[in-house]
Design a protein around this ligand. Structure first.
Ligand code: KQY
Length: 364
């Protein structure tokens, strides 16, 4: 594995869309007791279901700590690879490499990770083990790595169509805790030279109360070039309404890198979901502070799905809109099986199925 000091775009590399073919997927086994209730007991079961659903159509690699290695091996079937690797938590989307390709070879990008805002408004400290994972994973998968460790970025804050367009949110990428020294134009420049994109669509916000500073992967995702799903509610009294409406207005007035108008499919949200006393009671404190409070609204959204080679792995919440989300996605992905996973025990950690996965593109 070589560390490259060139830029992906200059070498002819770009980030493909998630709906393109994958060679595999990476996840990290959960155990952090101030993120996952009751030491992650239920979360591990939910993660295992996600792994099994993805492993039906792509090779899954799970990173687990020394302490959880045997348990991971026990909960996961033999066709899933488990490797021991240290981490601070379990959000592969945000600290596994972002993979780029030139169609023949893949390479990884190592961004800087600072736990979604560093000392400004980050969610835990330290984050050093997470931040080292991209390099270790490039080594494990034997791919050369672009070193972008001076630039803070999480994989969940970007979505690409593989044809030159990237979607993100201003709330996240322009937040004070990430790259405050860079202007919006300079951030676009970095995204262009690393991901091979020529057009950024800037949404203002994401999901209400999303502790990542409103990652795009919880509100909006490409389903094919020039078509997205957008998390939606018709309830104008819900604080989410104004956020989703602003995204809709921006998307409907945008064209992509190829000049196409964007078609928006509304993906109706579940009813607001709040942290229960039982869930709160299972969480350890961090720096003497509780990480969740009873009644806190969680950032639940069906948009946080993972597009596997032959399936869409979709969070379910036990809500009346679960089946509606499944139907919407079945229409948009007629060649993929929609596999629902009851994901409340992932949601309470602060993200969902997309946030815990990172795809590796396939090459010919
Ligand atoms: O959604 C994500 N990409 C990560 C969420 C992190 C939450 C930490 N409690």
């Amino acid at each position: 594995m070589k560390v490259l000091n060139t830029k992906p775009r200059d070498d002819g590399f770009y980030m493909p869309a998630e709906f393109s073919e994958h060679s595999g997927c990476i996840l990290i086994f959960p155990e952090r007791s101030d993120s996952w209730a009751y030491g992650g007991y239920k979360a591990r079961k939910a993660f295992a279901e996600v792994c099994k659903a993805i492993a039906k159509s792509e090779k899954v690699t799970v990173c687990a700590s020394f302490e959880q290695y045997e348990n991971a091996r026990y909960l996961l079937p033999d066709n899933i690879r488990v490797v021991e690797m240290s981490s601070n938590d379990s959000w592969a989307r945000d600290y596994a490499p972002t993979f780029v390709t030139n169609g023949k070879e893949i390479r990884g990008i190592n961004w800087s990770f600072n736990a979604w805002g560093g000392l400004e408004n980050g969610l835990y400290f330290p984050w050093d083990k997470d931040d080292k994972m991209a390099r270790k994973l490039c080594d494990l998968f034997d791919v050369d790595m672009y070193d972008m460790s001076g630039f803070v970025l999480e994989g969940g804050s970007i979505h690409t169509d593989g044809e030159g367009t990237l979607i993100t949110t201003e709330a996240c990428l322009l937040s004070k805790g990430r790259n405050p020294e860079l202007t919006k134009a300079e951030i676009e420049q970095k995204l262009a030279e690393c991901l091979g994109i020529t057009k950024v669509i800037w949404l203002k916000n994401g999901i209400f109360h999303d502790e990542t500073d409103e990652h795009v992967d919880n509100i909006c995702a490409f389903v094919k070039p020039a078509e997205v799903v957008l998390a939606w509610t018709d309830d104008e009294n819900d604080p989410q309404y104004a956020l989703s409406k602003s995204c809709l207005d921006i998307l409907e007035n945008s064209t992509d890198a190829k000049g196409r108008k964007i078609k928006v499919h509304k993906l109706y949200l579940p009813k607001p979901i709040y942290v229960t006393e039982e869930e709160c009671g299972g969480l350890d404190t961090m720096d003497f502070e509780p990480t969740r409070t009873v009644g806190e609204r969680l950032a639940a959204s069906y948009v946080n799905f993972y597009i596997a080679n032959k399936a869409v792995v979709l969070p379910f919440f036990g809500d009346e809109n679960d089946e509606r989300a499944k139907k919407t996605l079945a229409e948009l992905f007629p060649e993929r099986e929609i596999i629902p996973i009851y994901a409340r025990d992932i949601l309470t950690g602060g993200g969902n199925i997309h946030c815990i996965t990172q795809q590796i593109p396939a090459v010919k």
